[in-house]
Structures are given as C-alpha cells and as structure tokens.
Design a protein around this ligand. Structure first.
Ligand code: ATP
Ligand code: MG
Length: 357
C-alpha cells in the first residue's frame, strides 16, 4: 500500500486530504511541523509527501531537497495558498514533483496523486530505466539520453511549464511532441508557434486572434493560436526570438492563462500547457537585456537540456538504423543496413569534433 505523508499545521486540511487518500486505497499520515515531518520521513518510508509552504517552524520550500534525499526518496507535492504559485514553481525547479492549490478540487488532487504514484510504480518496476513512454520515434539508449527520457516522463505527468534547450537538431521539437503525446492533454491539440517566423506587425493577431473589423480586410473575427491551444499544449519554438513587446504581453497571458483578442474588450480564458524550446543561451540574453528575466523564470519551471550527438556516441548506431529504415519505407525500397565501418567513421568524426572543441 502506498504511503503518503501530509505536512500541514491545519487539521482540517489533513482531514480532507486523508479522506481522498484513503479512498484511493493509500495510507495517510500527518505531521504538523517541518521538523516533525523531516524526522518522520527519516524513520519511515513514504512514496509521496504533501507539503505545506507556511509552517510554524519555517517554509516548506526550503526542505524539498532534504525530503527527496531520505532513503525512500519520496516525491514532494507542494500545497500553495490561493493564486500564488511563484514559490511553488521554484520548488518544482528544485525537485518537487508538482504543486497544487489548497483550494483545488478533489479531482485535481486525486489526479496529481494518481500520476505521481503511477510514475513511482513504473520507475520501481523498471529499476533505473526510464518509465514507459510512447516514444513516437524518439530514439536513444545512451546515458545522457536516458536521463532526458526520465525528465520527459516527469514533465509529461505534470502541468508545469517546460523549457527544452539544446543545439540545432538535438530533437527539441520531437521531445516537445512526446511531452504532449504522453500527457493527459494528448487528446487536445498541440499548437506550434515558430517565434522566429512571426512577423512583428501581425504577431498579436496570430497569437491572440482579432475581432471583426479591426483592420481593413478583417471581415470576420478570427481565433488565435493561444485559443486553439485551449485544452492542449502550446509549443513556443525558438522562444528566444519572441519580440520584446510580445514577451511582456505573453508573460501576462502565461500568468493568468487569459488573453485579449486584438480589438476585443474582454479577456478570454485559455487553458493551455506551455512547452518552449530554444537553441539560444537565454541566461546570456537576459544578461544582455534581450530577453525578459521574469519570462525566462516562468517558462523554465522544468528545464530539459538535450545533449548533442558528440556527447552520446552510443546513440549514433540506433539513430542511423532507425532513420535509414524510415527512409527505405518512405521510398518503398527493401530495408538496407550499413557497414560497421560507417558507424565507426561517424563515431570517429564526432569524437574528433569533440576533441577540437
Ligand atoms: N532522439 C531522436 N530520435 C530520433 N530522431 C531524432 C532524435 N533527435 C533528433 N531526431 C531527428 O532529427 C531531426 C531534427 O530534430 P528536431 O527538429 O526535433 O530538432 P530541433 O532540436 O528542434 O532542431 P532545430 O533547433 O534545428 O529546430 C528530426 O528529423 C528528428 O526526427
Ligand atoms: Mg526545432
């Protein structure tokens, strides 16, 4: 039976959560302070810790990494007060699984718990291997890639904003698609926005849509990409190219999950999940004043950095064979193989590039 520890000084919160947890067939325990909670997880094994932020002896956010390090390595879910997820986002960056609002509906809490428990079950079953994922053509068995698949599984199980960074061709888009395909939003749309190709004059219309008659030729109202991503995933590709004026507007949209169509009076809601990708060094862009710090902070709740091929030479062979067989299929020709020398040459070329750099 899975065991869940609730660290919260409010008995009413414990009682509500304990009812849900018992209904799920799990066991709930309660500790009122950080110190009592820490000492409990050091002595007994737990799968999940539901952690309040404001506790009598300190902030829950400060102990996430300590909780994660105890022998049973419980996953930590932060419980926040209403409408202030900022600290909780930092906690997710520092290893918390997810955050939920204390006022969240029983369904939201149960869903978050179910996801985290499934993840632990799979992880336990597979040992150190990544959890079962729909790979959708995503290839890799090298150590760095396996670590990325694990991050992908975590990202797909939650709702936090994800930033995928890596050099050109490392698979940022295919990863973003896999996050969507493995998430609870997989039946919604994945809307791709190529920020590098957004014409500055039309960007707001494209993202937020417009009302009828706002400019010559706007003979009817049009939905924007943010609205299309409602219930699904919004993928901001090349997010470093987002024009500064739009960075400011988008920050608000991200905080509120609401947008205003061009020429519209009212804001409209869109429940999208954000995944962004970049091959730029966004921290450097922030230092140079070219990217908003607050926006970077928001979009990088979970950060997945994809390694370049030279750091995962073991993946060359499976990647080559996979894409070769895809090509043969596409052109309707018999499947071909490659000589071992070809793979060796690839590895040597990449290895040489590594030593030059
Ligand atoms: N792990 C992988 N498994 C299978 N194919 C991959 C993998 N990584 C990359 N590819 C293939 O390499 C190509 C480039 O991948 P993708 O477009 O996702 O890269 P990217 O990081 O978005 O690149 P860019 O910065 O140029 O946009 C695609 O054809 C993709 O299918
Ligand atoms: Mg790309």
């Amino acid at each position: 039976m899975e065991r869940i520890l609730i660290i919260d000084d409010d008995y009413a919160v414990f009682r509500t959560l304990a009812t849900l947890i018992t209904r799920m067939g799990c066991e709930a325990a309660w500790r009122k302070t950080l110190n009592e909670g820490l000492s409990e997880v050091e002595h007994a094994a737990y799968d999940v810790v539901l952690l309040d932020v404001n506790l009598p002896d300190g902030s829950g956010l400060d102990v996430v990494s300590r909780l994660r390090k105890v022998p049973s390595h419980p996953e930590v879910i932060i419980m926040t007060g209403f409408g202030n997820p900022d600290g909780a986002e930092i906690a997710v960056k520092n290893g918390a699984w997810d955050y939920i609002q204390k006022a969240a509906s029983p369904q939201v809490v149960t869903l978050s718990l179910k996801r985290v428990l499934n993840y632990r079950k799979e992880k336990c079953r597979l040992g150190t291997k990544p959890v079962a994922l729909k790979m959708n053509g995503l290839i890799g068995s090298s150590k760095p890639m396996t670590a990325c698949f694990d991050q992908l599984a975590r990202a797909a199980s939650g709702e936090a904003n994800v930033l995928i960074s890596g050099e050109t061709g490392t698979g940022k888009e295919i990863f973003a698609r896999a996050i969507h395909a493995n998430s609870s939003r997989c039946n919604g749309s994945m809307v791709v926005v190529d920020c590098a190709a957004l014409p500055e004059t039309l960007v707001e219309c494209l993202l937020f849509g417009h009302e009828k008659g706002v400019y010559t030729g706007a003979d009817k109202a049009r939905q924007g990409l943010v609205a299309q991503a409602d219930g699904g995933t919004l993928f901001l590709d090349e997010v470093g190219e987002l024009p500064p004026a739009i960075q400011r507007v988008f920050l608000r949209v991200l905080q509120e999950r609401r947008y205003r169509p061009v020429g519209g009076r009212n804001e409209l809601p869109s429940n999208f999940r954000l995944v962004a990708a970049t091959n730029r060094d966004l921290d450097k862009m922030v230092a140079e004043g070219r990217f908003r710090k607050d926006l970077l902070y928001r979009i990088r709740t979970i950060n997945i950095t994809l390694p370049s091929l030279k750091d995962r030479l073991d993946d060359i062979k499976p990647l080559t064979l996979y894409h070769l067989s895809k090509l043969c299929e596409r052109y309707g020709i018999e499947n071909k193989s490659v000589s071992p020398d070809f793979i060796d040459a690839w590895a040597i070329m990449n290895g040489r590039e590594m030593s030059v750099n």
